[in-house]
Design a protein around this ligand. Structure first.
Ligand SMILES: O=C(O)[C@H]1O[C@H](OP(=O)(O)OP(=O)(O)OC[C@H]2O[C@@H](n3ccc(=O)[nH]c3=O)[C@H](O)[C@@H]2O)[C@H](O)[C@@H](O)[C@@H]1O
Length: 404
């Protein structure tokens, strides 16, 4: 049996959070301890992105009114920054206001993070002046970039948002990172969706990734190529993590496990996709705590960038890892687990897999991450969903409606 999630101990009822009155101005309270040691900082946008730094020689300003901020924090970034903070790293976050999904959930995550001493600047990764300013204040040694427009199906509704965050935002961030001195090492979120229409399983990092099935996947694949370029020209140390359908407490309401839970509880029917000839649709669902361990290991094994001030001085590290669970589960089994945990029968509406970007299955080969990062997922879907459902029921109790 796996240990409880590090966030499970933190109250999850919204009523227990002191929500900020003004959505605009939050004074940044720099902890005096921030200046003293190792610092990691995180930046998140939209969904999240993080900066980290380790810089004993770069104290942060002690004047508490130096910076104002407003934050909305993403799912993976919230867990990663909380884990970094717990182990003693300094963390600074950046998050843009974005209503892709229920902003009140992002605010609740923000409140949670602030209580653990993680502060988040409001801003967009496309804002180069802001990014440069942050680097002027602190010589960040690492950037954990988890800001993205996520979601496979939404790309057909709002393609521009994927280009803005996943391509323009990434390029802007890398432009700033390559110019500063010292350059930080960068770890960023790619996606299992880059495997697209591949049918050979399990998916290995060596397999082809040139057949994306959605614009989302295409922007993540583009990100991997952009990473190659910045590594090649400027000597930036870059590690891309291909996440496989990450789920858990504080998760994203746009994901199936989350809105299935909401709709089952409401007695609404849910659509379960199946492939041609009643083919099974399955995902290699990966629990958030396992992903956090993979993220921290990627940061800890990241080598320094080799360039400075926009000039490459030598070859730098360039890596891509699958972070999955290596145990695909049919979506219909996910629903059965939820039914048991919620003690409510789902109204199942079996539908043909729509042609909107979904692939039939995903399955990670994780031997590379195992070897290089010591990555070893330990949470099966049943155990992870139990923790999710416990959080969900607690969070949405007290009359708060499930996120839409
Ligand atoms: O692994 C990844 O890289 C991706 O994982 C998820 O994408 P996805 O696996 O499609 O996750 P969901 O949208 O939660 O769907 C999970 C499964 O449920 C199925 N589904 C979804 C929606 C629905 O109404 N019915 C249904 O059967 C999907 O076809 C899929 O097999 C995330 O949403 C992406 O941001 C992430 O990049």
């Amino acid at each position: 049996m796996k240990q409880m999630s590090h966030l499970d101990n933190i109250p999850s009822t919204p009523g227990k959070f002191k929500m900020e009155k003004s959505p605009y101005i939050h004074r940044l309270r720099w902890h005096s301890s921030l200046a003293k040691l190792t610092f990691w900082s995180l930046v998140f946008l939209g969904l999240i992105f993080l900066f980290f730094f380790r810089s004993p020689s770069n104290p942060l300003p002690s004047d508490p009114s130096r910076r104002s901020l407003r934050t909305y924090t993403g799912f993976v970034g919230t867990h990663v920054s909380s884990a970094l903070k717990r182990r003693g790293d300094g963390v600074l976050g950046l998050d843009s206001f974005n209503d892709y999904y229920d902003p009140s959930l992002k605010r609740a995550r923000q409140a949670l993070l602030e209580r653990t001493g993680v502060f988040i600047v409001e801003g967009d990764i496309n804002d180069s002046a802001l990014l440069k300013k942050l680097f002027e204040v602190v010589a960040f040694t690492h950037v954990m970039h988890l800001a993205a427009q996520a979601g496979v199906r939404y790309a057909m509704e709002n393609p521009g948002s994927y280009v803005h965050s996943n391509i323009a935002g990434l390029v802007n961030l890398l432009e700033v990172c390559k110019s500063v001195n010292p350059q930080p090492a960068i770890v960023w979120a790619s996606s299992s969706s880059v495997y697209g229409l591949n049918s050979k399983v399990p998916f290995s990092e060596k397999d082809r990734t040139d057949q994306p099935a959605s614009l989302y996947a295409a922007t993540k694949k583009a990100g991997e190529e952009i990473a190659h370029t910045y590594n090649h020209i400027y000597g930036l140390s870059l590690t891309g993590l291909r996440f496989f359908t990450v789920y858990g407490p504080w998760g994203r309401p746009d994901m199936a496990y989350f809105f299935f839970t909401r709709d089952i509880l409401k007695g609404k029917s849910i659509s379960i996709f199946e492939a041609a000839n009643h083919g099974t649709v399955a995902r290699d669902f990966t629990y958030i705590d396992d992903i956090v361990k993979g993220c921290l290991a990627a940061l800890d094994t990241a080598e320094k960038s080799t360039g400075s001030g926009g000039k490459k001085k030598g070859p730098a590290q360039l890596r891509v890892f699958n972070l999955g669970n290596t145990s695909p589960v049919p979506v219909s089994d996910l629903v059965s687990i939820l039914e048991r945990l919620l003690k409510v029968k789902a109204k199942r509406n079996i539908m043909k897999l729509p042609r909107n970007g979904d692939v039939q299955f995903t399955h990670a080969n994780i031997s590379l991450a195992q070897r290089e990062l010591g990555y070893k997922p330990t949470t099966d879907l049943q155990t992870g969903l139990k923790k999710f459902v416990r959080w969900y029921l607690s969070y949405y109790s007290g009359g708060k409606k499930a996120a839409g």
